[in-house]
Design a protein around this ligand. Sequence first.
Ligand code: DDH
Length: 288
Amino acid sequence: GQEPKATIFTPRFEDYQKAYNMIAKRLEEHDNYDDGSYGPVLLRLAWHASGTYDKLTNTGGSNGATMRFAPEGDHGANAGLKAARDFLEPVKAAFPWITYSDLWILGGVCSIQEMQGPKIPYRAGRSDRDLSFCTPDGRLPDASKDRSHIRAIFGRMGFSDKEMVALSGAHALGRCHTDRSGYDGPWTFSPTTFTNDYFKLLLEEKWGYKKWNGPKQFEDVKTKTLMMLPTDMEIVKDKSFRKYTELYASDNEAFFNDFRDAVVTLFELGVPFAQPEDQRWTFRSSFD
Ligand code: DDH
């Protein structure tokens, strides 16, 4: 007789929505971390997985999840991201069909949406690769540097000045940790809500050097509770960057739209998708 055909499970939108829902639920349950959310560090994991992309050699990017391996996980820029990877392990265990590469990006998308940011359309299809695909150190930005470094790093990924400024708005979220980057403090007063406050504060507050033994960073003169990195200050000092900082400070909708478009590009750099561009998925948020 005929052998029964093995059933191949091909995950679909609703399967990824279930994984999204579990991440969202874990975000809500584990509110004792940092400022009350793993959201910012999950977004940083998605960004550091993607931001290694080099368009000339078509290497790096979110396809591969090579930060699992020591050569890349130990890069200074990735210090502390184990907290985000560990947070997602139970989700991987519950949905073993999802690749780490797709899961880390799903974590970023979920975090942005759950922290009340824009809806981030998503495509699946990243595959995990072995440690021979680890990228060399130095592909992620160094906060102590200036505008030429920002343009070199993000230009290597293929981004314009406008996109660089839009992406920088992610610093509305989260904080710096002295035991990770050496820097200290949050950028905004609401580090677990996605807003355009980063741009408003950059323009409206008076910023001075923080007097301390740590690396050179800025603090708001008035309350001394907020911080800016040297690279953040470049976003207001450089004429071309400043134009977009002013736009996003005054127009939250423009920021949400441009951030969405740029972050979708970032999360997809170097990934050979089968799912077409015009068939991306948009996940329901927990509060929809
Ligand atoms: Fe960032 N970032 N980032 N960043 N980032 C840090 C934290 C967070 C730079 C340096 C730092 C982006 C761009 C830049 C987030 C998202 C994004 C920290 C502190 C440093 C340092 C880490 C620590 O001590 O824990 C520099 C330099 C740049 C640059 O553009 C030149 C972009 C593009 C994103 C993005 O998501 C699109 C988030 C979120 C955090 C907060 C993490 C946390 O744990 O909280």
